[in-house]
Design a protein around this ligand. Structure first.
Ligand SMILES: Nc1ncnc2c1ncn2[C@@H]1O[C@H](COP(=O)(O)OP(=O)(O)OP(=O)(O)O)[C@@H](O)[C@H]1O
Ligand SMILES: [Mg+2]
Length: 269
């Protein structure tokens, strides 16, 4: 369960969520994408698909979560937030908790759940991050994005005591710039915060990402041999190589009931 956040808007969360999901699927994993940008969902647009029902129908009681899951043309399983729904954008922690618990009723065989969230650190975004095993912060190499990524890390680490926080520098000139950006932020974390964070991979600036968007196709399908697509494959590979998460955060988590099988409980003790 991987939650994707950023602090500042427009850093590339949805691009990363969609293409990471597709790159993991390309490796043979079963992946579900939860577009949890609840008020302004746009993953369906990037995937060139439409979701007749969304999270707003689940919260109103008209539909169950399994009623609203769609299979995209790329064969991803997708759950969508609503677009242009202010009530959903301002969802409170308790409602997010209900939503996260509803996932336990889904009978899907999944290897990865990727959760794309809205920009900022609204209570709903933080609750979604807490419900995941790992948290990826997508950032750009510009002062505002750096400040907001650090601010987000600080809240996750210090106020909410979350671990498994990783940085993904996006739209960088090259991988070295991305790694240096991570090192810079991590040094500040080491000096001023209780813990350090981790690095997964960087995504380079690639104009084919914009081209793919305007063709309403995800990059992995639109330009599979582009630099961006290669970077998303490297990111997916790095994700599969991350050490297993062997503990829960203690709060409400996606698929908690399924994850805590008697077998795993025995493993953990
Ligand atoms: N590596 C990249 N190279 C070039 N353009 C990129 C890259 N990553 C993202 N973009 C572009 O940046 C813009 C914002 O991307 P995206 O919608 O994924 O950001 P977001 O963080 O989800 O935004 P929001 O905060 O509004 O949800 C898009 O036009 C996208 O095509
Ligand atoms: Mg987005």
């Amino acid at each position: 369960m991987i939650g994707i956040a950023s602090g500042k808007g427009g850093t590339g969360k949805t691009t990363v969520a969609v293409n990471l999901a597709l790159a993991l699927q390309e490796k043979g994993f079963r992946v579900m994408l939860f577009d949890a940008d609840l008020g302004l969902a746009n993953a369906p647009i990037l995937l060139g698909t439409r979701c007749p029902f969304n999270i707003s129908h689940v919260l109103s009681g008209e539909k169950t979560l399994s009623d609203i899951v769609v299979t995209t043309p790329q064969k991803l399983r997708l759950i969508s937030g609503a677009s242009g729904n202010q009530a959903l954008a301002g969802l409170m922690t308790l409602e997010v908790t209900r939503l996260v618990q509803a996932f336990s009723d889904l009978h899907e065989d999944l290897d990865y759940l990727i959760v794309d969230t809205a920009a900022g650190i609204a209570p709903s975004v933080l609750a979604l991050m807490a419900a995941c095993h790992r948290r990826f912060i997508v950032m750009r190499n510009d002062p505002l994005s750096i400040a907001d990524a650090y601010g987000t890390v600080k809240v996750l680490l210090e106020d909410l005591h979350m671990d498994q926080i990783y940085l993904i520098p996006n739209a960088v000139k090259n991988k070295r710039v991305g790694e240096e950006l991570f090192q810079r932020i991590n040094r500040v974390c080491a000096q001023h915060l209780t813990h350090t964070i981790d690095y997964v991979a960087s995504i380079e600036l690639d104009d084919s990402i914009q081209d793919a968007n305007s063709h309403l196709q995800p990059l992995m399908m639109f330009a599979p041999s582009s630099q961006g697509a290669k970077d998303f494959r490297l990111l997916a590979q790095a994700v599969t190589e991350l050490p297993a998460v062997d503990h829960l955060s203690g709060g409400v988590q996606f698929f908690a009931r399924r994850w805590l099988t008697p077998h795993r409980l025995r493993e953990l003790h």
